[in-house]
Ligand binder design. Sequence first.
Ligand code: HEC
Length: 153
Amino acid sequence: MKKYLFIAALLVGGAVQAQDQVELGKSVYMTLCVACHQPTGAGLPPVFPPLTQTEYVSESPERFAAMILKGVMGPMTVKGMIYLSVMPPQEALLNDEKIAAALTYVRGSFGNTYPAVATEVVTATRAKFLDRKVSWTEAELKAWPATGTAAAK
Ligand code: HEC
């Protein structure tokens, strides 16, 4: 009996933790990302791309984290539209917990139903690309393995 109570407590604890992450992510999104990607995640085509079921949101969490850390320089095609802009890097402004929370919020909002991202994923990505000073290009992002790691630096 005790064993079951313990497991139940763990499950409830996990759910509370997940809810906290979504709340934190929402606050990061509504403070920062919202200016460009809008409250609905629909963006402002053709200037800011949407975050609704795009490959960059749904696929590799490592790639998503790397994009937020280092930024992206256009041109970039999203849902058939070319974006000729830049997304600024956030590595100096947001810690790993906040980035993971923002990714989790986006991956679970705007009609998206993709799994949460652990803070450890962001920490590992930050360490891996610590020396990189420039933003990503579309070619680099396209070459990113669907799961696992990138060879390029
Ligand atoms: C200053 C405006 C700006 C801010 C702030 C910003 N982005 Fe972006 N984002 C862009 C632009 C512009 C692109 C397209 C890349 C390009 O044109 O270089 C982009 C691309 C993306 C993409 C890949 C394309 C897509 O639509 O799937 C994702 C994912 C993304 N941003 C998520 C975020 C998240 C999450 C945040 C907040 C942590 C954020 N962005 C903050 C402007 C911004």
